[in-house]
Design a protein around this ligand. Structure first.
Ligand code: SAH
Length: 379
């Protein structure tokens, strides 16, 4: 898992990652870890022991790696960071949804969320610091994009939530629906998904992972060819290009038809039904005519529509429609034979829409460097 900054699409402004003084241990691949172990006179097999602790067990420090010699544990503590980030804020909602605000080594912030359902534990992870897509209803994009997350920074969001879970719980699903556009950090995404699905990594089935995208056709096809059948969710939000370009500005250079064709190819190649996300905003894209136009776009396609009443963002004026309008929209889709559901809200009392915690912190403090100062004042 060794890497430097990742940048896969040339058109996106992404700032290079600076190497921190102390590396997070997970940044080392097995060979690098073995080489380091040799320098402190330790045998190869320690690498496997260390990685097992980091990936599968619920510990918070090197000291707790009880099958390692005490001296090695101290050497690890001196040489490496246990995790590539620090937990700045941990919120638990009444419905047991948990949300973390994480500070990266360069002071940047990202979020990840754990959602609990009776039969599943779903983790929602971020792939970039901020987002360049500029969707008008989304908190993540209001400040633009700072940089891509490294594969380790993506993976560790899953691991850090896993370490916090109760003994009898385990993560069953991962949704890449946090901050950022995953297909704009394609290499970072693929390296992390490879780790999450591999037997000697986290060992999650590809069908338990969903990648949500604004819709980048060539990357959708590349994902289809990756050899793993991930679920694909396409954030559509409007049934025609004029409206979509207002809501999702990058649509201007892409267009709905191109996205639908790429999604059709994805279905052809993987057999996975495509999920179309549609954030409902009162008076903007929630009218019966929008539902009818959406139905005609998707008719005959192997699709499922996920209606998401917009989560309020304090900086924005748009709001969710009332329940009757949402139901009416759903009924029109159903009448035309389109499979659709309304997404259940989770963590409503803890700023559930991803990007909000970061946005609130960054704007309240001017920037994330002053966040550090304000935290050290209070700690
Ligand atoms: N960039 C990717 C993944 C991150 S956004 C994408 O566009 O899909 C994940 C999902 O959350 C998207 O469907 C996005 O449109 C939705 N979302 C963003 N802000 C929201 C808000 N305020 N209310 C409801 N859903 C929102």
């Amino acid at each position: 898992m060794s890497h430097s900054a990742s940048q896969t699409t040339t058109e996106l402004p992404v700032i290079e990652v600076h190497t921190p003084a102390r590396r997070a241990i997970l940044e080392l691949n097995r060979d690098e870890l073995t080489t380091w172990l040799a320098t402190v006179g330790q045998p190869k097999f320690r690498a496997g022991q260390i990685r097992r602790w980091l990936v599968q067990r619920r510990i918070q420090s090197f000291e707790e790696m009880t099958d390692l010699p005490t001296e090695l544990r101290s050497q690890l503590t001196a040489e490496f960071n246990f995790s590539p980030f620090e937990i700045v804020r941990h919120q638990i909602a009444r419905d047991e949804t948990e949300k973390l605000l994480l500070k990266l080594h360069d002071g940047e912030l990202v979020e990840c969320v754990l959602m609990r359902d009776p039969d599943r534990r779903t983790v929602c992870i971020s792939t970039q610091v901020g987002c360049a897509m500029g969707c008008v209803f989304c908190a993540s994009g209001l400040l633009g994009v700072k940089r891509n997350l490294t594969p380790t920074e993506i993976i560790e969001q899953v691991l850090v939530l896993n370490r916090m879970m109760k003994d009898d719980e385990r993560i069953t699903n991962v949704v890449v629906m946090g901050i950022g556009e995953p297909l704009a950090n394609y290499r970072g995404l693929m390296e992390s998904l490879t780790f999450l699905t591999s037997k000697d990594g986290f060992g999650l089935g590809a069908r338990r992972i969903t990648v949500s995208t604004v819709g980048i056709p060539d990357k959708i096809r590349e994902l289809a060819q990756s050899g793993q059948r991930y679920n694909l969710a396409v954030s559509l939000h409007a049934p025609n290009d004029a409206l979509r370009t207002e809501i999702v500005p990058v649509n201007k250079s892409i267009g709905i038809q191109e996205i639908l064709l790429a999604a059709d190819d994805y279905f052809e190649m993987t057999g996975r039904r495509i999920s179309y996300e549609y954030v409902l905003m009162s008076g903007i894209n929630d009218q019966p005519r929008h539902a009818e136009e959406l139905a005609s776009l998707l008719r005959g396609r192997n699709a499922h529509v996920n209606l998401i009443p917009m989560n309020g963002v304090s900086e924005l004026v748009m709001t969710a429609p009332g329940d009757p309008d949402t139901q009416h929209f759903l009924e029109i889709l159903e009448r035309y034979g389109i499979a659709a559901t309304v997404r259940k809200r989770k963590g409503a009392d803890i700023d559930a829409a991803c990007g909000q915690l970061r946005l609130n912190r960054v704007t309240a403090n001017g920037d994330s460097a002053s966040l550090e100062n304000s935290l050290s004042d209070t700690n």
